[in-house]
Design a protein around this ligand. Structure first.
Ligand SMILES: Nc1ncnc2c1ncn2[C@@H]1O[C@H](COP(=O)(O)OP(=O)(O)OP(=O)(O)O)[C@@H](O)[C@H]1O
Length: 327
């Protein structure tokens, strides 16, 4: 029996629903915890996830490196804060995001979330309350509508929610220019057809298969807009308390990046936002707290103005970028 494209897509969608919750969240050996998150939901509405890290050191399992990727990191992030992490390549920014998102537990030191050791919470609950937007986020061989809708799979059939998320992620314009719009299927899966149709050029499905073979490519920036739209869809679940944004904007032009940040900030209510960025300006000036990292450690933290007065690492990085515009 040959599966139709729709059947293939439906099957993929239902299996992806099961794995999507853990997208970007590789399961590592860690204490799975027993306390549901959020805890004490009957109390006043949460402003977001809060963090308290004390002397956190982290070495990737099996790494050849002799020095830890995070070294004695201590920091506090209050619920609802907008935090920006900056620092040179390899300084530990993404690693810190992975610890905050509980993709890894520290090699030593402690992490408290909302006042409790993070290991006490059911890890899948923490992941469900976390939206991680990073360059590694994947797209699936499904329609653009489904790729976005998967963010909140119970509402994947709600066209207006999916379209709203597409708009917030900045994806509407490029999608409207595609022949099949939201129904465009990315990287169609032709394998099941091909097995049956090999060399049967006269078969009526052969032509269809040939059309599907033409992979629909979208640019790096457009992919990131779809992934961003999926995160906005996730926010609709009402469960997100922590948004970690690890440089998703590297392929975005300046205007698209600005809009993405603006849209994320518009929906920040009830969420703690942590951004990793190499581009100063948009965010760093509005951040409640800037964390500047160097060689796996926090070398400075404070507001933009405080760190500029200090004339340390942050001011150095900022001035390098500012001088490029002044010339
Ligand atoms: N999966 C991994 N396994 C082993 N070492 C890793 C892994 N990921 C990162 N590292 C190492 O940990 C250190 C910190 O890396 P990390 O990705 O956190 O830095 P970063 O500040 O986010 O860098 P960039 O700005 O280049 O993205 C680096 O020395 C890096 O080589």
């Amino acid at each position: 029996m040959t599966l139709s494209q729709a059947q293939v897509v439906n099957r993929s969608l239902s299996s992806l629903k099961n794995i999507y919750r853990s997208e970007d969240l590789p399961v590592t050996a860690m204490d799975k915890g027993i306390i549901p998150y959020p805890h004490n939901t009957g109390e006043k509405p949460s402003k977001g996830m809060s963090f308290d890290l004390s002397s956190v050191t982290f070495l990737y399992p099996g790494t050849q490196k002799t020095s830890p990727s995070l070294n004695a990191v201590s920091l506090k992030i209050q619920a609802g804060q907008l935090v920006v992490i900056v620092g040179a390549n390899g300084s530990g920014k993404s690693t810190l995001i992975r610890i905050l998102s509980r993709l890894y537990d520290p090699s030593s030191g402690t992490v408290h979330i909302d006042g409790r050791p993070s290991a006490e919470y059911i890890v899948s609950d923490l992941h469900e309350a976390t939206a991680l937007l990073s360059q590694d986020s994947q797209l699936y061989p499904l329609s653009l509508r489904e790729n976005i809708g998967l963010g909140y799979h119970a509402k994947v059939g709600d066209g207006s929610l999916v379209e709203q998320a597409a708009e917030q992620g900045g994806a509407t314009e490029f999608i409207s220019k595609l022949k099949d719009g939201m129904d465009t299927i990315l990287e169609p899966m032709i394998k099941p057809f091909e097995m049956n149709l090999y060399n049967k050029k006269s078969h009526f499905l052969y032509k269809e298969m040939e059309a599907l073979r033409k992979k629909i490519d979208i640019s790096g920036g457009e992919r990131q807009k779809v992934v961003a739209a999926r995160s906005f869809m996730r926010f609709q679940s009402g469960k997100i308390k922590f948004v970690a944004v690890d440089e998703p904007s590297s392929a975005l032009d300046a205007e698209a990046e600005h809009k993405l940040f603006e849209n994320l900030i518009k929906v920040r209510d009830g969420k703690t936002l942590v951004f990793v960025t190499h581009r100063f300006g948009h965010l760093t000036k509005y951040a409640d707290q800037i964390i500047c990292m160097k060689d796996g450690a926090i070398c400075e933290s404070g507001s933009h103005d405080e760190l500029m007065i200090k004339q340390g690492e942050y001011a150095k990085l900022y001035e390098i970028q500012a001088s490029a515009f002044a010339q």
